[in-house]
Design a protein around this ligand. Structure first.
Ligand SMILES: Cc1ncc(COP(=O)(O)O)c(C=O)c1O
Length: 399
């Protein structure tokens, strides 16, 4: 039994893992406070601000009186706007009663797993993958089963590999595409086959599509575009990435309306409702369309290409050009071996302390699939990409 000071801790809470990006964010900020010129490729946060009109709408909503509690599943204005937006963008028929607003996409994942999993259930999660899925699965007593992404399968989720991991105990398959940290998408035929398999076998597909607008090659094919989605898909998205609104804490779920009834009770117990003025502003932002986002995406594409070129220039580093999201996940195994380092963790720590460059160790995502890798976010300006990677090269030459 572990304790925190005089307090005995709950066993399930001890099974939760923390997203290490926040730990490295704090370390970087601490160095900055001491006067170090820190370049951060760490936290996965867009470097642009929400468009001015969204900020003005939030102010207007507050002035209009949207400062109190609202319904636990979210404001009808935003549920309607999301249903319309998805219906027109993806050509699907989503009803407002099938949309719930949550306090960030994280809460959507947390409440979904809490509501749908039992102790002993198996949950297929990508490895490397966003650490939240494994952490929450363990919290509820479920068993993560890792779907390994590696050079051999192009770091992509493929139907054949998912099917091999499905057992009698599988209750959930987690998809995240474009993927954090590897930046791959999932091909349409694989999305269709995975959703069809899940529906047939009574398995839920929790599909986190929060990076769906950060796609540089081809287009995004959503799980909502598979006609059976109402029977087995729990779709997660949010405003953090596309709108640069990480601090507004707005996410959403699209799923069967009967399941949302239960989710509403969970939300009610946890946080009552998401912030009301933020929801009204988000609804107006969606109705405004995403025309403004085009130039942002072009800028991110240029950064991706620059980072790819620079990382490819480091001897011994293997890197692939991601199709989506804003991360690169190069393999530094050869460098680690040659320089006699213990692991990617030692490399990440030394780059931070000796060169002021924040990168995340691959094993923060969240285990073996990231051995020997580092995660770089390219949600930073081009000059920081050039300077940061030049520092890494200098360090490697001197080490
Ligand atoms: C895959 C993925 N899902 C969810 C989130 C969290 O989103 P939110 O800020 O809406 O909680 C992140 C943030 O990094 C993410 O990478």
């Amino acid at each position: 039994m572990k304790a925190a000071g005089a307090f005995k801790l709950n066993e399930s809470v001890l099974r939760l893992g923390a997203e290490e990006a926040f730990v490295y964010l704090a370390r970087g900020l601490e160095l900055k406070r001491k006067g170090v010129d820190v370049i951060s490729f760490g936290i996965g946060q867009p470097d642009f601000q929400p468009p001015d009109f969204v900020i003005e709408e939030a102010y207007r909503a507050m002035k209009e009186g949207y400062n109190g509690y609202g319904p636990s599943l979210g404001m009808p204005e935003l549920r309607e706007a999301i249903a319309e937006f998805l219906s027109s963008e993806r050509g699907v028929d989503v009803k407002p009663s099938e949309v719930a607003i949550t306090v960030g996409a994280k809460a959507a994942v947390f409440m979904g797993m809490l509501s749908l999993l039992e102790p002993g259930d198996e949950v297929i999660v990508p490895d490397p993958g966003y650490p939240l899925y494994e952490s929450v699965a363990r919290f509820v007593g479920a068993r993560p089963v890792y779907l390994r992404l590696h050079g051999g399968n192009g770091y992509k989720v493929r139907y054949e590999d998912v099917e091999k991991l499905v057992s009698e105990r599988t209750r959930m398959i987690v998809l995240n595409y474009p993927e954090n940290p590897v930046g791959t998408t999932i091909d349409r035929r694989d999305v269709e086959a995975i959703v069809e398999l899940a529906c047939r076998r009574g398995i839920v597909v929790l599909s986190d599509e929060i990076y769906d607008h950060f796609v540089y090659e081809g287009s995004h094919f959503s799980t909502l575009q598979v006609s059976e989605w109402r029977n087995c898909v729990y779709y997660v998205n949010g405003f953090s990435k596309t709108f640069g609104m990480t601090g507004w804490r707005l996410g959403y779920v699209v799923t069967n309306s009967a399941l949302l009834e239960r989710l509403s009770v969970v939300a009610n117990n946890m946080y009552s409702c998401p912030p009301t003025f933020a929801q009204i502003a988000a609804a107006r932002a969606l109705r405004h369309g995403l025309g403004w986002f085009k130039s942002i995406l072009e800028g991110y594409r240029r950064r991706r290409d620059l980072m790819y070129e620079k990382l490819s220039g480091i001897p011994g580093v293997k890197v692939r050009r991601p199709e989506g999201a804003f991360y690169m996940f190069p393999d530094f195994s050869e460098v680690i071996r040659e320089k006699g380092l213990r692991s990617e963790r030692e490399l990440a720590d030394r780059l931070l302390h000796e060169k002021g460059v924040v990168v995340l160790p691959g094993t923060a995502f969240p285990r073996d699939g990231g051995v020997g890798h580092l995660r770089f976010s390219f949600a930073v300006d081009e000059s920081s990409i050039e300077r940061g990677i030049a520092r890494i090269l200098e360090w490697l030459e001197a080490a």
